[in-house]
Structure formats: structure tokens, C-alpha cells
Design a protein around this ligand. Structure first.
Ligand SMILES: NC(=O)c1ccc[n+]([C@@H]2O[C@H](COP(=O)([O-])OP(=O)(O)OC[C@H]3O[C@@H](n4cnc5c(N)ncnc54)[C@H](OP(=O)(O)O)[C@@H]3O)[C@@H](O)[C@H]2O)c1
Length: 122
């Protein structure tokens, strides 16, 4: 995809060399699934998207690390959910995909969303 077309589709503008996370536009109404979101780039991405009003699903292969990330991210927004996912385990991949399809996508159709049932919680 050409850069200009991609920028139009994503509403992101990389025309300046000084582009930063402060330039990320409002993400209201958008749902993101971030694999490996309990640390590193995934966690940093989740923080920015939540601060821009997105609904974010992070995945973690370790329940404890997922919970730690969840508590941290809830300080930014309640629109954060955690799914358990180990990409090296196809059963885990299938289960996480099923949960995401069932709850994340249904929340777009059914409002209000009471969607903490699916993710492992406190
Ligand atoms: N950091 C950089 O500057 C940079 C630059 C270019 C490219 N990258 C690439 O971007 C990716 C992320 O980088 P990062 O620095 O954020 O790495 P990181 O801090 O090591 O985070 C990686 C994430 O992936 C998860 N993960 C690893 N194996 C997994 C598996 N089998 N199933 C599910 N989740 C798994 C980790 O979970 P656990 O916490 O359970 O280990 C962690 O949440 C890497 O592929 C890296 O090579 C990074």
C-alpha cells in the first residue's frame, strides 16, 4: 500500500520527522488487539491507545504478568482487557481468538458492554 493511502486510511500523518505519540489522533470507537501486550512495545502501544480513548485488548501468555499489566493500564482507562495467549500453543491461539471474536466484536453490537466476564480479572 502506498504511504499516502496508508496515512489516509489510518488517519495518521507522518509528514514531519518530529512525529511522536502526541500526534496519535483520537481512537474513539476503535478496538485494538495487541499480542504480547504485557511488556515492551506492546505495553507502550496499549498506553498510548488507551489515552486516546480506544478499547484495547492485550494478550499475555502468563496470567500473573497479564494481571500486572492490567492493573497498570487501568490507571489510564477502564477500556482495557486481557486475554491469555501463547502463540506457540495452537490450542491457546484458538481459544484466545474465540474469546476475542465472541466478546470484543459482540461488544460493538450490544451496548452497554459488560465485557469483563471473558478476560481473567482481579
Ligand atoms: N524494542 C525494540 O526497539 C524493537 C525494535 C524493532 C523490533 N522489535 C521487535 O518487536 C517485538 C517486540 O519487542 P519488545 O522489545 O516489545 O519485546 P519484549 O519486551 O520482549 O516483549 C515481547 C512480548 O511478546 C510476548 N511473547 C513472547 N513470546 C510469546 C509467545 N510465544 N506467545 C505470546 N506472547 C509471547 C512476551 O511475553 P512474556 O512477557 O511472557 O515474555 C512480551 O509480552 C519483538 O519481535 C522485537 O524483536 C523490537
Amino acid at each position: 500500500m502506498a504511504r499516502a493511502e496508508w496515512q489516509t486510511r489510518t488517519s495518521l500523518n507522518f509528514s514531519s520527522d518530529s512525529w511522536s505519540v502526541d500526534d496519535v489522533p483520537d481512537q474513539s470507537g476503535k478496538v485494538f488487539l495487541i499480542t504480547g501486550g504485557n511488556t515492551g512495545l506492546g505495553l507502550a502501544t496499549a498506553k498510548v491507545l488507551l489515552a486516546r480513548n480506544a478499547r484495547v485488548y492485550i494478550t499475555s501468555r502468563d496470567r500473573e504478568r497479564g494481571q500486572q499489566a492490567l492493573h497498570m493500564l487501568r490507571r489510564i482507562s477502564e477500556s482495557i482487557h486481557v486475554l491469555e495467549l501463547d502463540l506457540a500453543d495452537l490450542h491457546s491461539v484458538r481459544k484466545a481468538a474465540h474469546e476475542f471474536m465472541r466478546y470484543a466484536l459482540s461488544s460493538l453490537l450490544a451496548s452497554p458492554f459488560t465485557g469483563d466476564r471473558h478476560a481473567y480479572t482481579d
